[in-house]
Write a protein that binds this ligand. Structure first.
Ligand SMILES: NC(=O)c1ccc[n+]([C@@H]2O[C@H](COP(=O)([O-])OP(=O)(O)OC[C@H]3O[C@@H](n4cnc5c(N)ncnc54)[C@H](O)[C@@H]3O)[C@@H](O)[C@H]2O)c1
Length: 485
């Protein structure tokens, strides 16, 4: 296995119009390995002038790409998938060094990116229209056209997966794309541009590294047709407000405060395993779909908690770039102190700490942002820890007896991304699934995603659906044509 310093991307400038270009201001920022504090080098910071230049190049790319036959676009998408697969391990190593996710699991992220390119390559002819019967002297039909320049702004927790998997649908539909990677972990997106950029006509796929200023300029640009964000609720609201100025389309994949609900007839061992899996401790809980609120029925509460504590004890964190590591570290000092803040609040508000709750004392971990799996019991729905997204490795366990009160507590959250329901009774499962206000539900499962199954949130967890045909269609616009014969 190579070391991560061998595989970091060579290019650190902006990629647009098929070229690597310095930021006009000459400004750069640096990125660090969150496990060690070591610098991974610098990257260019795009400002509004760079954004304008890149959008214009993307528009040129769009005019070429939209004229490429869908089947020919699919050929290029499949080539991109193959290149990603060929470099899956190297990409995973970059992400593990830059974002703190464990190497072995980040390989799945590389493969997920490749799989999305293959999936959307297969859907290119599904952006189709219909006809309306209006009599012999009229032909009325619809067709779907690409939007133009689509912007994707991404969060830091799965940098490559988001860059690659969310590039596939806009490209399949014939749009040009500008990706803004997370400022905390931009390197794997630069590597994506190095690897697949040359497969496309110049300007079709572009990467602008930068912070909030770059994001804001992209959202406000009048020639951008759609902006899609994977990020936090406040950023989603800021983008929706800013996009209103030019009435561009907005897609939002935002936060979650997701519930796992265990009924008294469920198997406590399976619920415990599902709860730990659903909490995504592997990424320190930094996953929008994490089931961070565990609603356990009184009859099985103690047995499930026992199982959770055993499973959590067996979780070993380590350096993310090591092959054996099960759990990595958090992205930044800021995210770590946010987690510590929520833990302190939970203790103050009366929750009982039964696992974790303090940074590791081992000096190997002192330079990184490590935090152990942390579990609270005796959490009540009104506590801050039960209401707000921590985006850290903190699980809250709530006890219930009355089903109506429990469902009301589950739905009290303003967020509604995922839910996980555990029972052996099919009718109970379907009734609960219908009552829970969330967009993506597992019954007797947690955490997994399936290409083709629409992923997205209810309420303030977002707008739109991805990972499915809906994502492709949301990258198109419908035209109606009425022909008097
Ligand atoms: N629903 C999902 O699919 C999903 C997946 C992963 C993460 N998330 C959410 O993302 C959040 C964590 O990620 P984060 O801390 O990187 O989120 P964030 O909102 O702080 O940043 C996300 C991206 O938006 C950019 N940005 C920030 N302000 C902007 C603005 N005003 N205009 C344009 N761009 C702007 C950032 O530079 C970054 O690239 C959590 O809330 C998590 O739940 C959601």
């Amino acid at each position: 296995m190579p070391t991560y310093t061998d595989v970091l991307p060579h290019h650190r400038n902006l990629y647009y119009g098929g070229q690597w270009l310095k930021a006009g201001s000459g400004k750069t920022d640096t990125t660090i390995n969150p496990a060690t504090g070591e610098s991974l080098g610098s990257w260019a910071v795009a400002d509004a002038t760079d954004v304008d230049a890149a959008v214009r190049k993307a528009l040129e790319g769009f005019r070429v790409w939209r004229a490429v036959k869908p089947a020919d676009r699919a050929v290029i998408l499949r080539q991109a998938a193959q290149v990603i697969r060929d470099h899956a391990e190297e990409i995973a190593l970059i992400d593990s060094a830059d974002s703190g996710g464990p190497y072995r699991r980040m390989i799945r992220d590389s493969e997920g990116g490749a799989a999305a390119f293959e999936f959307f390559a297969g859907l290119v002819t599904e952006m189709k229209g219909s006809t309306l019967p209006l009599g012999d002297d009229t032909l009325n039909y619809t067709m779907r056209e690409p939007l133009g320049v689509v912007v994707r702004i991404n969060a830091y927790n799965h940098p490559f997966l988001f860059a690659a998997s969310r590039a596939a649908a806009p490209l399949a539909a014939g749009n040009a794309l500008i990706i803004k990677p997370p400022d905390q972990a931009p390197l794997s997106t630069l590597r994506l541009a190095e690897l697949i950029g040359p497969l496309f006509p110049p300007g079709v796929i572009n990467v602008l590294t930068g912070g909030r200023e770059c994001g804001e300029a992209l959202v406000e640009h009048p020639l951008v047709a759609k902006v899609a964000l994977i990020g936090s609720v406040p950023t989603g609201k800021a983008i929706a407000r800013a996009a209103a100025g030019t009435l561009k389309k907005v897609g939002l994949e935002l936060g979650g405060k997701n519930a796992l609900i265990a009924y008294p007839d469920s198997d406590p061992a399976k619920v415990a395993a599902g709860a730990v899996n659903g909490m995504n401790f592997t990424w320190c809980g930094q996953s929008c779909g994490s089931t961070s609120r565990i609603f356990l029925h009184d009859n099985i509460h103690d047995e499930v908690v026992e199982g959770i504590l055993k499973a959590v004890e067996a979780y070993r964190f380590g350096l993310p770039t090591d092959e054996a590591t099960q759990m990595g570290c958090m992205i930044s000092a800021q995210q770590l102190s946010k987690t510590e803040h929520y833990v302190a609040l939970a203790l103050k508000e009366g929750a009982r700490l039964v696992a974790g709750g303090a940074r590791p004392s081992d000096p190997i971990y002192s330079r990184g942002f490590f935090y152990p799996p942390t579990v609270f019991t005796d959490v009540t729905p009104d506590m801050t820890i039960a209401r707000e997204e921590v985006f850290g490795p903190v699980m809250s366990i709530l006890r219930w007896r009355d089903e109506d009160a429990m469902i009301e507590a589950v739905n009290r959250s303003e967020l509604g991304l995922t839910a996980s329901i555990w029972t052996r009774n099919l009718a109970t499962a379907h009734r609960a699934a219908a009552r829970v206000e969330a967009g993506y539900i597992w019954i007797n499962g947690s955490s997994t995603h399936t290409l083709g199954a629409p992923f997205g949130g209810y309420k303030q967890s977002g707008l739109g659906r991805e990972e499915s045909l809906e994502e492709l269609l949301e990258c198109t616009q419908l035209k109606n044509i009425n022909v008097s014969l």
